[in-house]
Design a protein around this ligand. Structure first.
Ligand code: NAD
Length: 285
């Protein structure tokens, strides 16, 4: 297959490389022109999309995605499958799907979970929105890039799943950090807290797989001076997406709102920008 891949950053770079390793022809574009082994470099997003069977985007936010889609639409044809893997707002996803539909192009939203490790190792989880036919057509590529794909429903539902997942992640990370800070102050050893909670009802991905204190539990960004990993500002972006979505349908998400406020405080006033999202622990200890 000929694949146009736009956005070759921390996630998109290794994803594009995995498609090349699986034998696909990949033409990539990124504004920073990184070199990815085996990926042919296009001079523009439109050039990457020209003549591609599938166009994949992995971009920072909805505004950039909208601009890129406006640029590449004339380069795609009704035979092209468009698949956005970025995390963006549901409204942008639906707008992009409508623009594609007007040009008879099938569009899919397929945001991911699994972080940079998942992108490198091809073990991402995809949450996918789109028609049954479009999702079946993209499945062979997603199976190269990940180990699990859930078809969530029509366009936009993949992003809906992603914002719900990351709202839980933000809340559980804060709760896990608060528990470690409380344990410190009460005089409970961190290792003992991990031993108990990781096999008890307080366990979570934040505790078990991404333990936010150095030298305890799973190897994580905490063991590498809180270098991302998953940047605190990306977590703040996702919490804002969750609260925008909640507001748009009048849903009550007080814990999600509080997590957004705490991450905003951390990123904007407490030096969290550029750190991993688990570094919010440092504001409690
Ligand atoms: P990143 O900043 O490393 O990569 C984004 C890339 O897009 C950059 O290389 C940037 O130069 C490029 N870009 C920006 N504007 C562009 C344009 N107009 N045309 C072409 N390229 C452009 O970010 P990332 O960590 O790879 O994240 C990408 C997306 O994946 C985000 O939406 C993020 O929320 C989501 N995500 C990230 C993680 C993670 O752990 N990093 C996990 C799940 C989902």
């Amino acid at each position: 297959m000929k694949i146009g891949f736009i956005g070759l950053g921390n996630m998109g770079g290794p994803m594009a490389a995995n498609l090349v390793k699986a034998g696909h022809e990949v033409v990539g574009f990124d504004v920073t022109s990184p070199h990815i082994d085996g990926v042919a470099a296009a001079a523009s997003a439109a050039e990457a999309a020209q003549g591609a069977d599938v166009v994949i985007t992995m971009l920072p936010n909805g505004e950039i995605l909208r601009n890129v889609v406006a640029e590449i639409l004339p380069s795609m044809s009704p035979q092209t499958l468009f698949c956005d893997c970025s995390t963006v707002d549901v409204a942008t996803t639906k707008n992009v799907a409508d623009l594609c539909a007007a040009a008879s192009i099938a569009a899919i939203d397929a945001p991911v979970s699994g972080g940079i490790g998942g992108a490198v190792n091809g073990t991402l989880t995809f949450m996918v929105g789109g028609s049954v036919d479009a999702v079946a057509a993209i499945a062979p590529l997603l199976n190269i890039l990940g180990q699990k794909t859930v078809h969530c429903g029509p366009c936009g539902t993949g992003q809906a799943a992603k914002v719900c997942n990351n709202m839980i992640l933000g809340v559980t990370m804060i709760a896990t950090c608060e528990a470690f800070a409380l344990a410190d102050k009460i005089g409970l050893d961190r290792e003992k807290l991990f031993d108990v909670v990781s096999t008890s009802s307080g366990s979570s991905w934040s505790m078990n797989t991404y333990t936010p204190v150095p030298g305890v539990g799973a190897k994580s960004p905490a063991d590498d001076d809180y270098k991302p990993g998953f940047a605190a500002e990306l977590m703040l972006k996702d919490l804002r997406l969750s609260q925008d979505a909640a507001q748009s349908v009048d849903a009550d998400t007080p814990m999600g709102q509080l997590a957004q406020n705490l991450y905003a405080q951390f990123v904007e006033n407490e030096g969290g920008a550029g750190q991993d999202f688990s570094a919010i622990l440092l504001t409690y200890t």
